[in-house]
Structure formats: structure tokens, C-alpha cells
Design a protein around this ligand. Structure first.
Ligand SMILES: [Zn+2]
Length: 648
């Protein structure tokens, strides 16, 4: 057993009423939502003002990418529409769902019977768990599983369904503890995930996800999966009683990953291999939601970081420190910098001992934070999120007060597009690479130059179409990858286009491809391209994937995917008539430059410089013009797509 029995949710369900068992907690005291899940009778539907929980049932679940649509008529359009018009329809949706629930699930006589049935299964589970002899036989557990399955199938949308799934997860945990067979633990995880997918807002789901996370971490050797589940507890169930444990588990996982990453051998520049590394520069950038601090080193170092609790008697608040091993402070580093941006008070730097440089960030209060490093050049990035706007509420779950929503009820849909900003006004164009970072260099061409030329061309065309255009660079300068996304977020642009050229060891490969962000690569080629653009070796991609998982979850993955489709289709259609162009389609991969972008963001690979046809084309102004026109057509198609969603 992983958990003491005291963690059990000690409730007997008698005739649909909750009765606390003596000596155990009642569900009402668990600090969760004041109602028993979505599938209950009308009496269990939350009062007004709790509409955010209802809304969740039509949302595409960000962790499992699973659309839960209970009202099928709204499902197909609802999910798509929802991404673009969350705000004005929330009140309407609430009303519709409320009536749909009452209509479809109110059936008191059946609920009585099913409650007793659940109680029976519940009692069997606990008596078997206590019986040291009987619990060693698989068949007894399978009987209990069958009891809970019967409860589940009797009403798969009812209030006992998520509880039955939860208990079957527990059944397989018990079996695993006896059998030591991985597949039992995997089955337990499967039950917990099914519960989370089907009943994302039910009050037991944080328990399901936390338990799944523990099994993935401790039994199934899947820290990335565990990370996802713990993160889901923190992000999706911030009011639940598992939040703190999950946050602790996350911090431990992050720290382990950072240590492993730091300990991994990496190439060092020959000239500096023997001396200590130097902390050359510290830069930071504040946005509404987070402050990003970047420590730039002259070569890679091992580092550790730690979160420190406040010491009020010494006047010290929450802090994060980063120790750089075998490192010295550079001569130009300020030792004490005030930031005071509402997120960070500031930072301090000192030589902790002869070998260790310590950077301390002073936080306003307890804040979500993330530490990771990037290569070429080696730098350590610390993101500290605003205490007022945790990352999840800042992007994924925008809510609107009811009185504000009412104001939009009488507004003409065409005006609504403008009022709510459901259109594309500002586009940031990112010409990949720059200065010493040339990108691909083949057949006499530098990628950085072609990217910049096309970027300016796309920008000029977009301005003609009435867009406001911003650039990450307009000349041959170096801009680090993490700066580019931060610039887009700070300027609150509506779209982010990153332009690149490709390369491959086989010169016969040619083609045009558009990427949107995802944790997994759509193919081995996609993964290789992402590694090249991220400036790491392909095998290092997985570290980045794992550490940055939540940046991906908070990105506009669906919208970016739509945008990538539109650009790919329009470029190929526009260029194909005049030139040979291979359509490699829309792909996805974990590109660092797209991570954390709060707007739809894509990366365009305009062709392979290693291929002489593609290189000859990209070397010609007419071809580049054609590509730029195609990209603009893609942006216009996407704009139209958004506006038609808002108005239909
Ligand atoms: Zn590139």
C-alpha cells in the first residue's frame, strides 16, 4: 500500500445522501467544490456563480486532449467555437447545460438503488483490503472490480460513475501490491485517467490524478507522465486538497531532472575547458504573467536550485536560489538589482565560496516557478509566475464575471468581434537566427539572410492588408530563442510567425513544411528539425520536452494547428502553379521558440538549403516573393476562420 488507510474517503452513501462515517472525513470537509460532481441530480448542480465548473465539461481537456461533450448537438461546433469565444457564451452555455442535466439525469428512484449498489461494492473493497489472507487472491479483487463495473455501467454519466472508476483504480493498486506486475499498476493508472477524462471537474479527480502520478513515478518508471498528472492537479484543481502534495512532487521531479540534465556530459569549448565558467550577464524581462530571468554563462556549468521559505524574523521572504558550480561572477555583474515589477522584488548575486556563484531571486510571495537551461550559448532560464495570475488561469481558463457577460448579450455579433478582439490585428514576424547564429548554410546561402528577406516581404504585404506588423529583428543581430517568445507575449501580438530554412544530410530531400507546437514530434524528421532549430542534439529534445511540458500545455496548441494548416495549404497552392514545391504538410514538434507563446504561433520551414532545387528557388527574389504571398494568404484565411467562428 502506498497510502495509509486514513486517506480513504470515508463516506457511506445511503439513499443518495452523504453520511460521514465515524472517525473519517466527510466529503463536505475535503475543501472541494460544494457539490457532488457533474452527473448528479438537479439538486447537486452548483448554484449560479459556479458556472466555471459546468463550463469545463465542454472544454477540450488540455491534458488528455479529450473532448467531453455531453450535449451532442453543441459538441462539434461548440468545441471549436469555444476556443474563440469563451467569454460571451459562458452564461448561455451554463443555462443550456443546466437544463440538459436536469432533463437527462433526474431519476430519484433509480438513484436510490444505485447508491445501495455502490455501498455494497465499497464495503466489499474495504473488507477485502483489511483481510490479509483473502486479499492475496486475484479472483477476490476481480469480483470487487466487477461490482464497481456494474455500478458504472448502470449509469455511466451518473454521480457514482467517477467514484466507481476511482475505486477500480484502487482495486488494481491493491492487485499490483500483491502481484508486483507492472500491468496491474498500468491498469490502475488507466482507471484514474478514464475518470479524469470523463469527469474532469469531479471532486475526486485530483485524488485520481495524484495517485496516477505516484504510480507512474514510483512503479512505472514514467516521470514525464507523472509530471503531467501532478501538474494537472496543481493547474486544474487548485482548490483541492491534493494541490500541495502535487506541487511538492512536481518540485522534486523538476529538481531531479535538472540535476540529471546538469550532470549529463556536454561538449565544452576547448579553450576554456580547464578554468571556471563565468556568469557574464543577467537579463530579465517582465510581462503581466511572468518574469523571465536569464543567466548567461561563457560555458556550461553544473547548477542546482532550491526554493526557500520565508524567515520573517530575519526579514526574508520567499526566495529561489541558483548555485552555479565551478563558476565566477563576471566583472560587469550588478550584485543587487531591484526589479519591483509586481512579480519579483529583485535579485542578488554573490560568490558563495571560491567555487560557487549564487544568484538569489527575491519573490513577492509563494509563486510558481520553473528553472531550465538552454544550450548554444549555455544559459539558465528562470521563469517566475505572477502570484495573481497562475499560468493556468492566465491563458487556458479565462473567465468573465457574470455582470460583464450580461453586457454582451445584446451586442450585435459583428461588433462583438471587435469588442472582444476576436480578430487578428497585430502580427509578429520572427526571422530565425541572426549574426553569429547563421542557421543552415549550404549552396552559398545563409538561412539567417533568407529568413530576414522573406520576413520583411511578408511584413510589407501584411501591412498592405491593414495589419500592424512587429519584428523580432530587422537586421543581422542575434536574439536568443527565449527572448523571441517573450517579445511576442509582451507586445500582446495576435499571431507569431517564425520563418526558417531547413537542412538535411541527404541532399535529395526538398520541400515546404509548417510546424505547430506539440510535446511529441509527429515524426522522426520533425523531431530532428526541432532539435536543429532548438540548437540541441536530437537526443536532448526529450529533456526539454519534459521540463517544459507545462509551457506547451499553456500554449494555444489548437489554434496554432489551424494556423499551420492554413499557411501550409495556401503557400503550396500559390507556389505550385509556377514552381516545383514539395508539400510536406503540417507537422508538429517541440520547438523552443514557440513554447510559452500566448497567441497562435507557427514555424515555417521554407525549403531545404541542402537541396539544389530548393536552394536555387530560395535564392531567387521572385520565388521568395511567391512564398511571402502564400504565407499572407494563409494568415488571411486564418483571420477569416476566426471571424466566421465569432459571427456564426
Ligand atoms: Zn532555422
Amino acid at each position: 500500500m502506498i497510502f495509509p488507510e486514513g486517506r480513504d474517503i470515508g463516506i457511506l452513501l445511503i439513499q443518495g445522501k452523504r453520511v460521514a462515517r465515524p472517525g473519517k472525513n466527510a466529503a463536505g470537509q475535503r475543501g472541494h467544490h460544494p457539490y457532488q460532481g457533474l452527473g448528479g441530480t438537479c439538486a447537486s448542480v452548483p448554484p449560479k456563480g459556479k458556472s466555471m465548473h459546468m463550463r469545463g465539461s465542454l472544454r477540450i481537456h488540455p491534458i488528455h486532449n479529450f473532448a467531453i461533450a455531453r450535449v451532442s448537438r453543441f459538441a462539434a461546433r461548440g468545441a471549436a467555437l469555444w476556443r474563440h469565444v469563451r467569454r460571451p457564451v459562458s452564461v448561455l452555455m451554463f443555462t443550456l447545460l443546466l437544463s440538459a442535466f436536469c432533463w437527462s439525469t433526474a431519476s430519484p428512484s433509480r438513484a436510490m438503488g444505485i447508491g445501495q449498489q455502490f455501498n455494497e461494492a465499497y464495503r466489499e473493497f474495504h473488507s477485502l483490503a483489511k483481510d490479509t489472507k483473502r486479499k492475496r487472491f486475484r479472483s477476490h479483487w476481480e469480483d470487487v472490480e466487477a461490482l464497481f463495473n456494474a455500478v458504472y455501467s448502470r449509469n455511466p454519466k451518473g454521480e457514482y460513475a467517477p467514484k466507481a472508476l476511482y475505486y477500480n483504480g484502487r482495486v488494481y493498486e491493491e492487485m499490483g501490491a500483491v502481484s508486483f506486475v507492472d500491468s496491474d499498476y498500468a491498469k490502475a493508472v488507466d482507471y484514474y485517467h478514464r475518470a479524469a477524462e470523463r469527469f474532469p471537474t469531479h471532486t475526486w479527480i485530483d485524488d485520481c490524478l495524484y495517485r496516477a502520478g505516484v504510480l507512474l513515478r514510483d512503479k512505472l518508471d514514467n516521470p514525464a507522465g507523472a509530471h503531467r498528472d501532478f501538474l494537472a492537479v496543481v493547474r486544474e484543481h487548485p482548490d483541492g486538497d491534493m494541490r500541495e502534495r502535487a506541487q511538492r512532487a512536481l518540485n522534486e521531479l523538476d529538481a531531479t531532472a535538472a540535476q540529471q540534465q546538469a550532470a549529463a556530459p556536454r561538449p565544452r569549448p576547448v579553450s576554456t575547458a580547464d578554468g571556471p565558467a563565468h556568469l557574464d550577464m543577467i537579463r530579465y524581462r517582465s510581462s503581466d504573467d511572468y518574469t523571465r530571468v536569464v543567466l548567461e554563462m561563457d560555458h556550461p556549468v553544473e547548477y542546482v536550485y532550491k526554493f526557500l521559505d520565508p524567515i520573517p524574523e530575519k526579514g526574508k521572504g520567499h526566495r529561489v536560489y541558483i548555485d552555479l558550480r565551478n563558476a565566477r561572477m563576471g566583472a560587469d555583474i550588478d550584485r543587487n538589482v531591484r526589479i519591483s515589477d509586481g512579480i519579483l522584488r529583485g535579485y542578488r548575486v554573490g560568490q558563495n565560496d571560491a567555487q560557487t556563484t549564487r544568484v538569489v531571486l527575491d519573490l513577492l510571495k509563494y509563486q510558481d516557478h520553473k528553472v531550465f537551461h538552454l544550450d548554444n550559448p549555455f544559459r539558465i532560464v528562470v521563469d517566475v509566475y505572477s502570484p495573481d495570475k497562475p499560468p493556468s488561469s492566465a491563458t487556458a481558463q479565462q473567465s468573465i464575471p457574470e455582470d460583464a457577460a450580461k453586457r454582451y448579450e445584446d451586442v450585435d455579433p459583428q461588433d462583438l468581434v471587435k469588442v472582444l478582439g476576436l480578430t487578428i490585428k497585430t502580427v509578429m514576424i520572427d526571422a530565425g537566427h541572426g549574426a553569429h547564429d547563421k542557421g543552415a548554410a549550404h549552396n552559398g546561402l545563409y538561412e539567417k539572410d533568407i529568413n530576414l528577406t522573406v520576413a520583411k516581404e511578408v511584413g510589407a504585404l501584411l501591412e498592405k492588408e491593414g495589419f500592424h506588423v512587429l519584428y523580432t529583428r530587422t537586421d543581422d543581430t542575434f536574439v536568443p530563442l527565449e527572448e523571441r517568445t517573450a517579445m511576442a507575449n509582451m507586445s500582446k501580438v495576435d499571431l507569431f510567425l517564425s520563418l526558417h530554412c531547413n537542412a538535411f544530410r541527404k541532399s535529395s530531400i526538398r520541400g515546404f513544411e509548417t510546424y505547430s507546437l506539440s510535446l511529441k514530434s509527429s515524426s522522426e524528421q520533425a523531431r530532428r528539425v526541432a532539435a536543429r532549430e532548438n540548437g540541441v542534439q536530437p537526443h536532448q529534445i526529450s529533456d526539454l520536452q519534459f521540463i517544459l511540458a507545462d509551457l506547451v500545455l499553456n500554449s494555444k496548441v489548437e489554434e496554432s494547428s489551424d494556423l499551420a494548416e492554413d499557411i501550409q495549404r495556401n503557400v503550396v497552392r500559390h507556389v505550385r502553379g509556377k514552381y516545383g514545391i514539395r508539400d510536406h504538410g503540417h507537422r508538429h514538434a517541440p520547438f523552443y521558440v514557440l513554447m510559452g507563446a500566448k497567441m497562435p504561433a507557427v514555424l515555417v520551414e521554407m525549403g531545404y538549403l541542402t537541396n539544389r532545387h530548393d536552394a536555387a528557388n530560395l535564392g531567387s527574389a521572385k520565388y521568395r516573393r511567391r512564398i511571402a504571398e502564400g504565407i499572407v494568404k494563409g494568415v488571411l484565411a486564418y483571420k477569416k476562420r476566426i471571424e466566421s467562428f465569432a459571427m456564426n
